[in-house]
Design a binder for this molecule. Structure first.
Ligand SMILES: C[S@@+](CC[C@H](N)C(=O)[O-])C[C@H]1O[C@@H](n2cnc3c(N)ncnc32)[C@H](O)[C@@H]1O
Length: 255
């Protein structure tokens, strides 16, 4: 067996879509929430920038709904899948946010960031820097819709500790390690994939994520020159509460 230690999503990219399908990630209903927010925006939305677009699940769903979508992600392996899935000619940028590499790509009517991309930003300062970059890429009146896992969801994952699943041709181990006394957690992700010769390749990745408090989020939004429009429990319309595991935020660039 070959064992490699890789950057996040290097090995995971190959199995990501099947893993998400098995977890029944409700991308279609997430896309409906996102496009509902677009329709409420005070500018018509046609061009969209999808941050942390991964394998392009949300990006292609938005394209199927008629939006012109550009993607950005820090993982070349995830983007390779997005390239195969997205409409021909889709602009996809390899960049770790915030990044000067996407400075000239706007303006966009809307920006999205779905499925915990924000939880990868290491600090409130990095979050604010990304939000400031989003402001610069948005047209006045344009909206940024993003989700993030809450403190409760991280604590729940830590309680579960280690999980695993065997899909036959691949398997994974997922180990949650809180970094004591901080909002940061390391997820140690081991993926075994069966090669054509029947042997398995093992890939070890460390994903460092964190939760942000409502105050940190609000200060970053305001500090970046954006204003909060709506905060929801998951991808619904109810306000978040103590039980909330994922929040969706809609913020806008003032006109
Ligand atoms: C859980 S995946 C979500 C992918 C996709 N949005 C989806 O809904 O399936 C998180 C993605 O965020 C990307 N990512 C993490 N940190 C990033 C950063 N600083 N800049 C750009 N992409 C980043 C990862 O490469 C990964 O593709």
């Amino acid at each position: 067996m070959t064992v490699t230690t890789e950057a996040p999503y290097s090995g995971l990219a190959a199995v990501y879509d099947r893993w998400m399908a098995a977890d029944r990630v409700p991308y279609q209903s997430w896309a409906t929430h996102v496009t509902d927010r677009f329709e409420e925006a005070c500018v018509p939305v046609r061009s969209v920038l999808d941050l942390c677009c991964g394998t392009g699940m949300m990006l292609t769903m938005l394209q199927e709904r008629g939006y012109e979508v550009t993607g950005v992600d820090a993982s070349a392996q995830m983007l390779a899948h997005a390239r195969r899935r997205a409409a021909a000619g889709t602009r996809l940028h390899l960049a770790a946010l915030p990044s000067p590499l996407i400075a000239g790509t706007g303006p966009f009517d809307a920006v999205t960031c779905c499925y915990d991309g924000v939880n990868y930003f290491a600090s409130p300062g990095q979050l604010e820097a990304v939000l400031a970059q989003v402001r610069g890429l948005l047209r006045p009146g344009g909206v940024f819709v993003f989700d993030l896992g809450t403190r409760r969801s991280f604590q729940q994952m830590a309680t579960v500790g280690r999980t695993c699943a065997d899909f036959g041709d691949f398997a994974y181990l997922w180990d949650t390690r809180p970094i004591g006394g901080t909002p940061r957690f390391d997820y140690l992700v081991t993926v075994f994939t069966r090669e054509e010769d029947g042997r398995y390749t093992r890939t070890d990745e460390t994903h460092r994520q964190r939760w942000f408090s409502t105050r940190e989020l609000q200060e970053a939004v305001t500090g970046a020159g954006l204003e909060t429009v709506l905060v929801c429990d998951d991808y619904g319309t109810a306000a978040p509460g103590d039980h909330t595991l994922r929040e969706t935020w809609t913020v806008r660039r003032p006109r």
